[in-house]
Unconditional design. Structure first.
Length: 124
């Protein structure tokens, strides 16, 4: 599969080889998540099963919830990173990447998203 993808050959989502690779990745991720810090050598080896090699300090990125307040508008293509909170009545411009918490009643835009204007409450 890897060789076909690197060669630019078409692949489809129902390709059996892709399905097998996906199942294998899920199995390895489950095994990794079941380990503890005390199992350091195993924790370092498991990502190498999927990636071939990993550098010092490599780790899985843990998912974190995001919190979006009431009456928030998100423009098209907005990306909100894990752990971020967007306050009530905020407006986030199209294509923005929200990397940090945004307070209530603001307009934010850009990459990374920055407050560009403060609104006067919910009717701004």
């Amino acid at each position: 599969m890897r060789e076909r993808v690197l060669a630019g050959d078409p692949c489809t989502a129902d390709d059996p080889e892709l399905g097998a690779a996906s199942t294998r990745a899920l199995d390895v991720a489950d095994a990794y998540n079941a380990t503890t810090v005390r199992q350091g050598p195993l924790r370092r080896r498991l990502p190498e099963v999927l990636l071939g090699s990993v550098g010092e300090g490599a780790k899985w990125e843990a998912a974190e919830p995001i919190t979006i307040g009431d009456d928030v508008w998100l423009g098209g293509g907005v990306v909100v990173l894990p752990g971020v909170t967007i306050g009530e009545n905020a407006v986030v411009g199209a294509g923005a990447v929200v990397t940090r918490d945004l307070p209530a009643d603001v307009v934010a835009a850009g990459n990374p998203a920055r407050v560009v204007r403060t609104l006067d409450g919910p009717e701004g």
